[in-house]
Design a protein around this ligand. Structure first.
Ligand code: SF4
Length: 361
């Protein structure tokens, strides 16, 4: 699984399963693939994926494909079907899939604000981010209203059985850094349907936002470091790096006091330049605070300044995920105990597989 996520996948039939995600905030250019009963997001549109030794044959009538490595059949995989809610649209004609999408097997994900103060200038933008691409291509809307999110979330629960929701946001030019739009969005969704929610934003200016987010119906919070070494942060995300790591650590400690141990997480993109030791040292600090460090392999997204940056090798990923799995198990932090969000979904990293005693090789 670690190898497939690092190398990516070529598809004999690109239309198999749920349409792959291109552009948008966070990880992109992936397709959901079910391997050994577990749904993971695998890069399919990246330059690494085009040269991958892995190829999925066209699916048979049951939706099952043979996975080949270097031409030799190594496994069977399947593709989650297109969700039913994608066929619907709002009264004013916006497709539901432009408001929220299915991630992994059972996660509804949305970017509430598809604009970001960091993205507005090439000098400040995170060099791995594609938040503006799906907007420019007309595949999403710039601002999802609370009413739209509630309508789509209800349909996704009723028609497709989604189990939790991720609400991320571009960073607005306000000191709350997106916490306010997450509050109003979560409140509307929770009034419409019983669906655990993870909110994701930069650390707000005032820690009282954590109480407000919780009161609005946010169950878990993600504040994403992405990179951990100052030089790597400055180089890859010059705007976001103006918020120092120490502010993240303060905000994590305050958020843990509100959401509880293991219900606050961060995304770390391995492969941007941080060493294995630097990532593990940061994870050590995070785990001591009770934060779940969701370490994922960096995926170079087409059209971004880092599109030609190499994806990390499977060996590099295993050298981080194996000791991190031990660290998490030792601290009693488990993905399955997370109420909502990326750490619980786990489709973008094989980390959760390293938490269990039967670990992958
Ligand atoms: S881990 Fe997060 S970003 Fe990845 S598929 Fe799951 S919900 Fe989406």
């Amino acid at each position: 699984m670690t190898e497939l996520q690092s190398a990516g996948l070529r598809l004999a039939d690109p239309s198999a399963g749920v349409a792959s995600r291109r552009g948008g905030a966070g990880p992109s250019d992936h397709k959901a693939v079910t391997v050994d009963g577990r749904t993971i997001m695998v890069p399919v549109h990246t330059s690494t994926a085009w040269e991958s030794p892995f190829l999925a044959d066209p699916p048979d009538r049951a939706g099952v494909s043979v996975l080949r490595r270097g031409g030799v059949a190594v496994a069977t995989v399947s593709f989650p079907r297109q969700p039913r809610f994608y066929a619907l649209q709002t009264m004013d004609g916006i497709p539901y899939s432009h408001i929220a999408t299915l991630h992994g097997a059972d996660v509804l994900a949305t970017t509430v604000l598809q604009t970001c103060i960091r993205y507005e200038s090439r000098r400040k933008a995170c060099r791995f981010c594609a938040i503006g691409q799906s907007l420019a291509a007309g595949r999403t809307v710039a601002r999802k209203t609370p009413e739209q999110l509630a309508e789509v979330a209800r349909a996704a629960v009723l028609l497709d059985g989604v189990r939790h929701m991720v609400m991320t946001t571009g960073t607005p030019p306000t000191p709350d850094r997106g916490a306010a739009v997450l509050c109003e969005s979560a409140f509307a969704v929770r009034a419409a349907v019983d669906l655990p929610i993870q909110g994701q934003c930069e650390p707000p200016d005032d820690d009282r936002w954590f109480e407000r987010l919780k009161a609005a119906g946010v169950d878990t919070l993600g504040m994403h470091l992405e990179a951990v070494t100052p030089a790597v942060r400055d180089r890859t995300m010059p705007g976001k790096a103006t918020v120092p790591v120490e502010r993240y650590l303060e905000a994590f400690a305050a958020a843990i006091g509100v959401f509880g141990r293991g219900q606050v997480s961060t995304y770390i993109l391995a492969g941007l330049g941080d060493t294995q030791d630097a990532i593990l040292a940061m994870c050590d600090r995070l785990v001591a605070l009770g934060v779940y460090p969701f370490v994922v392999p960096f995926v170079p997204i087409s059209g971004t300044p880092l599109e030609s940056h190499p994806a990390p090798s499977p060996e590099f990923m295993r050298a981080i995920l194996r000791p991190l799995g031990d660290m998490l198990s030792g601290a009693g932090l488990r993905s399955r105990d997370i109420k909502a969000g990326c750490g619980r979904c786990g489709a973008c990293s094989s980390l959760s597989a390293f938490e269990s005693p039967e670990r992958p090789c």
